[in-house]
Design a protein around this ligand. Structure first.
Ligand code: ASP
Ligand code: MG
Length: 408
């Protein structure tokens, strides 16, 4: 029998009315004769609300208690969805991460799944039940509850699909697929019908919020097709799989952005390159991603980091002041990052030049520009993000009407 994993994001289960609607979606799939395993997020903005509660109690929450708290959001949804299914005469059972056998490493708050013991899930599936699993959580070897990092329910779904050797993993969300940029922000963004794992990974790593990059990695490893589709509309979505070729026609496949970026600069750093290496290693053990730039001639080391990682990074830098020998730290918020994504970007200097020109023409001041093999990224003032993203999207020929013209 075929197995389908369905994942419903926070907006899709944001109210009891929506949970009831998603229960109908589960049943549709079940009625086609598939075994169905469902992964859910916390309802609506529940996780944000929990984070806010913590800020009213302490500025230094312990990671263990933080994960204990944040994991509760998903637990509400699993039980409600299981009840909604039972109410419709469908046998269902809910599992928390540890009940589902999801074992993680011990990096609390940002844990990676190490293995999944699917015995219990399989047993329930064999009895014909729909199994509803809490996303975003697992258990460490020491028996503590861990969370996988924000947006981590996608990872749970893809990892479960891989371990169960599912035929497909459907990610239901509030947009109807993967676009050339976030369609909620760029009205002219175009939907991409199918994508290779590599292209999706590049978009996700550089900030396309539609799917967690680690979910793509899990799916790619075992060749599980991922299908991103709308929870609310019955239209075709985006299929991500191994059989499509990377997009070759256009050098740029999308424009991604991160609205809230912080820059931390270390001044008068004695050994800029050595410190860069050491910091990168330290961040890797904490599963934190940051762009680290050096200005060797001025002995400055700059880190571009996500809002959610700021406190931890400041803590690490201050703790290691003697080791990394710098005179002072300066921090700057209200910055954003915009990236154009493609392949072999370093061998196409015209992309970086074009990007600078387009931003300049639109009066967007570039504070920093950097490139990797898959992207060129500019750091800009947050207040310029809308015009920056839109002008690059138009400039690189990604607007909906241009793509239509190109395909006629
Ligand atoms: N509830 C978690 C979050 O808001 C996980 C998820 O939704 O994927 O980040
Ligand atoms: Mg998400």
């Amino acid at each position: 029998m075929s197995t389908i994993v369905q994942k419903f994001g926070g907006t899709s289960v944001g109210s009891t009315e929506r949970i009831n609607r998603m229960a109908d979606r589960v049943i549709q799939e079940k009625n086609k004769g598939h075994d169905v395993v469902v992964v859910v997020s916390a309802m609506g903005k529940t996780t944000d609300t929990l984070v806010k509660l913590v800020s009213e109690i302490t500025t230094k929450p312990s990671k263990r208690e933080m994960d204990m708290l944040l994991s509760t959001g998903e637990q509400v949804t699993i039980s409600l969805l299981a009840m909604a299914l039972q109410q419709r005469g469908v046998e269902a059972i809910s599992f928390t991460g540890w009940q589902a056998g999801i074992q993680t490493d011990s990096v609390l708050g940002n844990a990676h799944i190490q293995e999944i013991d699917t015995k219990r899930i399989r047993n329930e599936m064999d009895h014909g039940k729909v199994v509803v699993v809490a996303g975003f959580q697992g258990v460490t070897e020491d028996g503590d509850i861990s969370t996988l990092g924000r947006g981590g329910s996608d990872i749970t779904a893809a990892a479960l699909a891989s371990t169960l050797k599912a035929d497909r993993c459907d990610i239901y969300t509030d947009v109807d697929g993967v676009y050339t940029s976030d369609p909620r922000f760029v009205p002219k963004a175009s939907k991409i019908n199918s994508l290779s794992y590599e292209d999706m990974l590049n978009l996700a790593v550089m900030g396309a919020g539609v799917l967690h990059p680690r979910a793509v990695k899990h799916a790619k490893k075992f060749g599980i097709p991922l299908y991103i589709k709308s929870s609310f509309e019955n239209v075709g979505g985006t299929l991500i799989h191994g059989k499509v070729k990377q997009i070759e026609s256009s050098p740029v496949i999308g424009v991604t952005f991160e609205k809230d970026i912080n820059r931390v600069e270390m001044f008068e750093c004695e050994d800029v390159e050595g410190s860069r290496e050491a910091i990168m290693r330290e961040l890797a053990t904490r599963h934190i991603q940051a762009d680290v730039y050096t200005q060797s001639c001025r002995n400055i080391l700059s880190l571009l980091i996500k809002e959610q990682d700021l406190q931890e990074i400041l803590f690490v830098l201050r703790k290691e002041k003697d080791r990394w020998k710098y005179s002072r730290i300066e921090q700057r918020s209200s910055l954003s990052k915009v990236s154009v994504i493609g392949q072999n970007m370093k061998s196409q200097p015209e992309i970086k030049i074009g990007m600078c020109k387009m931003l300049l023409e639109n009066a967007v001041r570039v504070k920093l520009i950097g490139e990797s093999s898959i992207s060129v990224t500019a750091v800009i003032e947050k207040s310029h993000i809308q015009k920056a993203v839109e002008s690059l999207h138009t400039g690189f020929g990604l607007d909906y009407e241009d793509i239509l013209k190109a395909t006629v």
